[in-house]
Design a binder for this molecule. Sequence first.
Ligand SMILES: [Zn+2]
Length: 337
Amino acid sequence: MDDITLKLHRQATVVDTHCDTLKCLMPTFTLPRNSQWDDRSNIGMGVRSDLGHIDIPRLKEGGVNCQVFAISSVRNRTRPYALRTAMEMIDIFYQECEKHKEAIAPATTHGDIIKAANEGKVAAMLSIEGADVIEGKIGLLRVFHRLGVRMVGLVHSLRNELADGVADDRTKGGLSELGVQAVEELDRLGTLIDISHLSDAGFWDLMDVAKGPVMASHSNSRAVCHHPRNMTDEMIQAMADRGGVMGMNFAPNFVHPTQATVQGVVDHIDHIVNLVGPDHVGLGSDFDGIPYTPIGLKDVTKMPNITAELVERSYSEEDVRKILGENHLRLIKEVIG
Ligand SMILES: [Zn+2]
């Protein structure tokens, strides 16, 4: 990679809106047999590891300035302990931030992210992937907000009390009444509403109910790669019309049906930019939540390969910076503050 590309990457504020690293750091987490996720509870975030895709040294090497860490409901497997599991994940998040405070700082505002970047630290933001964790109580959204959560996805592919997920492809249901109440409360709190994993019907219900822009923390284009987790052009258009941003997911089966590559990820970016312009696309790797990775993106240290591919395709420096993080920063500033 040439020096100019690398410099552009280093100078940009790089934001990744989704990873599942907290799940890998859970000591008490009962993973299913033959789990694809490594148990790194004894290693933590501070040591450069070959396991998984993200730790602090590798985030720095990859030039990531803001990493969003998901509290994942892990679908129905943790449902009997959804809330407790979420609490443990939040505990691990803050313990790691405390232990490595010279390198990583919890962020709940746009200002926190910029401050961390200026100090050479990685800003770490909490999100919820699957609001099963509120166990049907809207009030817990307020508690999670106080604990630092700033992005919430209603479902994790499977139906819960709030909505149907993309896995409920035969029922075609949208948001429940409780889901509508959750959206209204998230709007009021200034929490970004994340449509990734929501059913198509749920997406359109959400667009009717939500007042502000929404995000897709880790979803691609269905026109480029036909997968229910990806968004149709109509959905992308509707999200862009109200100022939303979608983060590109590196999960190979969302990138390309047969062979996923870094170029394949940028094909999704190309399509979205051609459809709605350069202001609505960013990065949402899904690192540590995907069993394997596209060629050229083996872990977070390879993020500069995205920049190189954008430069190769003659994107302007301004547009590269938008895609790497400025679009998400704009959205965070507008909705979260
Ligand atoms: Zn996910």
